[in-house]
Structure formats: structure tokens, C-alpha cells
Design a protein around this ligand. Structure first.
Ligand SMILES: Nc1ncnc2c1ncn2[C@@H]1O[C@H](COP(=O)(O)OP(=O)(O)OP(=O)(O)O)[C@@H](O)[C@H]1O
Ligand SMILES: [Mg+2]
Length: 374
């Protein structure tokens, strides 16, 4: 083994922090040359790919990787985090998280053919690109939130008055029924109508507050309680369709970090869509199930599963676009609003076909971490 190779063996074994330097050896010339390169630079034997020499920068940046002593092994390790394809010269060093652009050249030293590697640190450029991308995404999201917000503000304004009037009329009617000893069914129906109107009013005042403050109130919320509220609101509609809604939420489901009214709105929209999708299905085949569990990413995942018409692939493509609807009486904004709300909560809204027919619409929410800085 040549003295230069002997040094390589030492380099390959050296752990992080140790910086083997060449002593009096034929490689010394190579090394002093490499020291002059202002980037991490190393020479590998062209025949078997072992490291022959490296400059101080290379040692500083790559010696901590056990694979750095052998060209192919180092490349394999680095290309695990390559930007696009395996061939990409832009790689991410797994031990430091820094990005490098790799360049190869040919050289001869003492008659030994060498492959010269120069690794240029491009982390700053990659980070700048990343932050521009996330800024763009943020902008897109904000503009979607704003258009939904503006629409909501108009609706809230238009609906507030009639809702207040409805609640007043209902309260008046309830008093009259009570005084006159009217039938219990009428009283129940009036109470149900009042619950609905009050919920609508709460949604609207929450929307107004949201649009004004742009800052919903997120806190620890119990999914069981939110589901119960929504199902109570949809009870009449479900009964009308002879539909039972099964709730299968894990008993130990952790609290989520969410704005209660907003998440109830999402669940309401999804369950309503599920009910509507089964309008034309024979009553015996209608099935609606709300499931909840903690998923593999440790998020709370809620799924609304129906046995309705399902969706064609063309419909799936447009599903979340505002104003896409296949219903005569639909506005096509239900899912767009759901998506904005869920993305605001750093969750994900998704669709998947239901095995055996129908659809599954689901969303994820972060679990509430007591004391965490959410
Ligand atoms: N559970 C479901 N099963 C089948 N199709 C669905 C389901 N949920 C949504 N869709 C399809 O997606 C479309 C968009 O739904 P979205 O809730 O956004 O609007 P919409 O229900 O049509 O109207 P609205 O604005 O009143 O909610 C629906 O018109 C329907 O075609
Ligand atoms: Mg809808």
C-alpha cells in the first residue's frame, strides 16, 4: 500500500472532530494544492474509489460521515437526499443538513489517476428558494381565505337580521304554546327550530368576529362534544331521510387544538354532503358513519363515510374548487370553506373512495398539547 493509501485508511477510520493531516508523504503536494481550493475538495483513487487526500474544509464538512472514505459509498449516502432524480449533483449532507452541489474533475498524482470532488455549499440558495415557495403558498392561502372571508362577511351581514327576527318569533310562539297548553309536538318543533336559528346566529357572529379579527380562537376541544352538536343540528334532516348516523369515535380520542365553531362548520358541511349524496339510494342501503382516531402522524383524524353516489375521477379533480357543484340547489362552496378552515388549522382535508361504494371525506387536526406553544 502506498503511503498515500495508508493515510486514506486513517482518514476513513477517523471519527468526527478528528482531522487527520498528511505528514511527509507523496500526497502532501496534492493536499497543499487542495488546500488552495476555496471549497470542500477531495481526491479519490479512480480505480477503487478510496479517498487519497482531502482539504481541511472537506474534513470539516464530511469526515463525520462514516462513508466519506469511499467515493461510491459517499455518493450513495449523499444522494439519498438528492433534489430530484438520483443523478442530481445537488445533494443534502445527512449529518449536517447542508446542501451541496457536487462537481467532478480528473487529475493525476504520482502516476495515480484521481477523481477530484469539489462540493460547493449551496444551502443559502436552497433556503432562499424554499422560503420563497412557502411565501407563495402562504399568499395563495391568504387570498383564498380572504375571498371566502369577504363572501362570509356579506352573508353574515345579510343573514343576521332575519335570524334575530326568527329567534324572536320562535320565542314568542313558544310562550303562546306554553300559555295555551298547545300540543307537545308543536313545542318540540319550535324548540328545534330555535336551536337551529341560534346555532346559525352563533356561526354568523363567529364569522363576523373572524373576518374582523382574522384571528379565530383556538383551544383544547373535545371531538365528541363537537360531533354531538353537529349531529343534533342534523337530526331532523337525518330522520327525514330515514338515516341513522353512527358515531365511532375512539373513546380515548385526545383533545384537538381548534376553533370550535369552525370545526363544527366543517363537520356539518361534510355530514350534510354525505346525507345529500344518499338521496337517491334505497333507504336500506343508506349508511353514514363518523369515525375518529389518532393516525400514524399522531394527528386526530375524523372521517365521514357514506354509501352514496361516490365521485367520478373528473369530479374528484374539481372537488375542492369554489363553486363546483353537481346539485341544483348547491352553491359549491361547502368544501372550499372546509378546506380553508382545515388548512388554517394546519390540518389536511381529503377524499377517498369508500370501499364497497360511496365516499369518505376526512380531515386531520393537530392534537392539543398542554403547555405546548401551539
Ligand atoms: N359525500 C359526497 N358524495 C358524493 N359527492 C360529493 C360528496 N361531497 C361532495 N360531493 C360533490 O362535491 C360537490 C361540491 O361539494 P360542496 O359541499 O363544495 O358544494 P355543494 O354541496 O354542491 O353546495 P354547498 O355550497 O351548498 O355545500 C358536490 O356538489 C358533489 O358533487
Ligand atoms: Mg355541500
Amino acid at each position: 500500500m502506498s503511503p498515500a493509501r495508508a493515510k486514506v485508511a486513517k482518514v476513513a477510520k477517523a471519527g468526527a472532530g478528528k482531522r487527520p493531516r498528511a505528514t511527509a508523504s507523496p500526497a502532501r503536494g496534492t493536499i497543499s494544492l487542495l488546500e488552495a481550493v476555496p471549497f470542500a475538495c477531495a481526491a479519490y483513487a479512480r480505480d477503487d474509489g478510496t479517498l487519497v487526500a482531502a482539504n481541511r474544509r472537506f474534513d470539516d464538512e464530511f469526515a463525520a460521515l462514516p462513508e466519506h472514505g469511499q467515493r461510491e459509498q459517499l455518493l450513495a449516502r449523499l444522494s439519498e437526499g438528492a433534489l430530484d432524480e438520483a443523478e442530481s449533483p445537488e445533494v443534502r449532507a445527512p449529518h449536517s443538513g447542508r446542501w451541496y452541489s457536487l462537481h467532478w474533475g480528473q487529475a493525476q498524482h504520482d502516476g495515480q489517476p484521481l477523481a477530484l470532488l469539489t462540493a460547493i455549499d449551496i444551502s443559502e440558495r436552497i433556503e432562499a428558494l424554499d422560503s420563497r415557495k412557502s411565501q407563495q403558498e402562504k399568499l395563495l392561502f391568504t387570498s383564498r381565505m380572504m375571498s371566502v372571508g369577504e363572501m362570509a362577511a356579506t352573508l353574515a351581514h345579510e343573514l343576521n337580521q332575519p335570524l334575530a327576527a326568527i329567534v324572536n318569533y320562535l320565542n314568542g310562539s313558544l310562550r303562546l304554546v306554553d300559555q295555551a297548553g298547545g300540543p307537545a309536538q308543536v313545542e318540540r318543533a319550535l324548540q328545534a327550530a330555535r336551536t337551529q336559528a341560534e346555532h346559525a346566529a352563533a356561526v354568523i357572529s363567529r364569522v363576523r368576529e373572524f373576518v374582523r379579527a382574522r384571528e379565530p380562537r383556538r383551544d383544547a376541544q373535545d371531538v365528541h362534544a363537537m360531533a354531538a352538536t353537529v349531529l343534533e343540528l342534523l337530526r331532523l334532516e337525518a330522520e327525514r331521510q330515514q338515516l341513522r348516523i353512527d358515531v365511532a369515535l375512539a373513546a380515548s380520542l385526545p383533545h384537538v387544538y381548534a376553533d370550535r365553531v369552525m370545526v363544527e362548520q366543517v363537520l356539518l358541511n361534510l355530514v350534510k354532503n354525505a346525507i345529500e349524496s344518499m338521496r337517491g339510494i334505497p333507504a336500506a342501503k343508506r349508511e353514514l358513519r363518523v369515525e375518529g382516531r389518532v393516525n400514524l402522524d399522531d394527528e386526530v383524524e375524523i372521517r365521514v363515510c357514506d354509501r352514496g353516489t361516490g365521485l367520478s375521477s373528473a369530479e374528484q379533480d374539481q372537488l375542492f374548487s369554489p363553486f363546483f357543484t353537481t346539485k341544483n340547489d348547491g352553491l359549491g362552496i361547502g368544501l372550499a370553506i372546509c378546506r380553508s378552515i382545515i388548512e388554517y388549522h394546519k390540518g389536511r382535508l381529503f377524499f377517498e373512495p369508500h370501499e364497497g361504494g360511496g365516499s369518505v371525506f376526512g380531515f386531520t387536526l393537530p392534537r392539543y398539547e398542554a403547555g405546548g406553544d401551539q
